[in-house]
Ligand binder design. Structure first.
Ligand code: ATP
Ligand code: MG
Ligand code: MG
Length: 379
């Protein structure tokens, strides 16, 4: 079999490797970390940084095609690899996803509504901010994830302090919107333009980190679900995107659908697809990068995903034993995924639990039991 490469050795790379291997491919990972989750399960592991010319050349020499699992891989590294082999997604699309200002400009270009915002790169732009954007959230334009690099501000004074706190790097200020709930859509687009989607995912975040994803008929009103799928496809097509793309949305109190941000890769909110869909988001990633047919995935089970954060390994500030997996695995429809991370830290993504069932009610009931056993807050 051919070897498929992935930039980044985190859990997304690990689950990509599992999917690729199930389809007969070998995998190669580029990641500095000796014990990266993806490196541990791959045939080849290039241990360099993302910008290391020798490492990139070595990866290119090993692989038939390359993808990325880490959102902040320098676009230049993807472009460099693209000189010698197929790379998806392209550096140009990833560059837009890496910069909130460019990302929002793309939404505007596609005619997909996003939160009112202003780009703040200079003291002049800061001073010129319209009061209508307050209260708001100041977000660094680059490198933020899991709510990091974001400060909520109510007043102009708070805004000025927040920008100092963020070291006056390029930011966007977004108006704080009244959210009824959050959802996301994953699309996969091939080099020939074929595009398929996973169903709309309803997401609950806690402390800026995804906590719960629920996917079943009626999780989001049908009108917004349809709009979200159409919007996600137009965002992907507008980027001439090849690969798996996640588009995050807000549903406002008044029912309006607003796009939040995109991730140019499989996404935490799509992990349920491993057990509740007949094609997972990681298999879609493999199919995109190897020009295999994209079939519309079919959901066969109602599902709830619970994220397993490192906090579960701690009790009263002390490292405790691993959670009671035997009790979790006694629940019907429980699918445990652990990422093989060497040490647990609070807020670190250690794994996820997919619950599948014949009905939404049953899936929720079982997921709530699992949450209780684990000590995860109910939802
Ligand atoms: P991710 O880990 O998903 O990449 P991130 O760090 O890029 O997260 P965002 O998605 O921008 O962060 O924001 C994190 C969360 O903060 C959102 O999911 C939402 O709950 C809340 N949030 C962000 N922007 C707004 C807004 N304009 N109005 C209200 N809530 C918001
Ligand atoms: Mg983000
Ligand atoms: Mg987000």
């Amino acid at each position: 079999g051919a070897t498929l490469g992935v930039l980044g050795g985190g859990q997304l790379g690990r689950m990509f490797a599992h999917a690729a291997q199930a389809m007969g491919y070998f995998t190669a990972v580029l990641d500095k970390d000796e014990t990266s989750p993806a490196g541990l399960v791959s045939h080849q592991h290039v241990r360099t940084g993302y910008e290391d010319a020798k490492g990139l050349a070595e990866l290119a020499g090993l692989c038939a095609a390359v993808t990325t699992e880490f959102e902040n891989v320098p676009a230049g590294s993807l472009n460099k690899l693209a000189e010698s082999l197929p790379v998806s997604p392209a550096g140009s699309a990833v560059a837009i996803a890496q910069d909130r200002a460019a990302e929002k400009a793309h939404f505007v270009k596609c005619g997909v509504p996003c939160a009112p915002y202003a780009v703040i790169e200079t003291a002049e732009q800061l001073a010129a901010v319209n009061d209508a954007l307050l209260p708001g959230i100041l977000k660094t334009a680059r490198m933020g994830y899991d709510g990091k690099g974001q400060i909520r501000v109510k007043t102009r004074d708070e805004l000025i302090k927040a920008w100092d706190e963020l070291k006056q790097v390029a930011c966007v200020l977004e108006k704080m919107l009244p959210l009824a709930h959050e959802c996301s859509v994953i699309v996969a687009r091939g080099r020939n333009g074929d595009i398929v989607n996973l169903p709309v995912q309803r997401n609950l975040h806690r402390d800026g980190i995804l906590a719960v994803t629920e996917v079943y008929e009626g999780n989001v009103p049908a009108a917004q679900a349809e709009q979200a799928v159409a919007a996600a496809k137009s965002v992907a097509i507008g980027l001439d995107y090849v690969g798996v793309l996640c588009v995050e949305f807000f549903v406002l109190d008044n029912g309006q659908l607003v796009v939040n941000e995109i991730a140019p890769r499989p996404h935490n909110s799509g992990h349920y697809s491993q057990n509740a869909m007949d094609v997972s988001q990681f298999e879609l990633q493999v199919r995109c990068m190897t020009n295999l047919p994209l079939v519309q995935p079919r959901q066969h089970s109602a599902t709830v995903m619970l994220n397993l954060l490192g906090d579960l390994w701690f009790k009263d500030g002390e490292t405790a034993k691993a959670p009671a997996w035997d009790q979790i695995l006694a629940l019907p429809g429980a699918h445990l995924h652990l990422y093989g991370k060497v040490d647990a830290k609070p807020a670190r993504k250690m794994g996820h639990l997919n619950i599948t069932a014949a009905s939404p009610e049953k899936a929720r009931e079982t997921a709530l039991k699992a949450a209780e056993i684990l000590g995860i807050e109910a939802f």
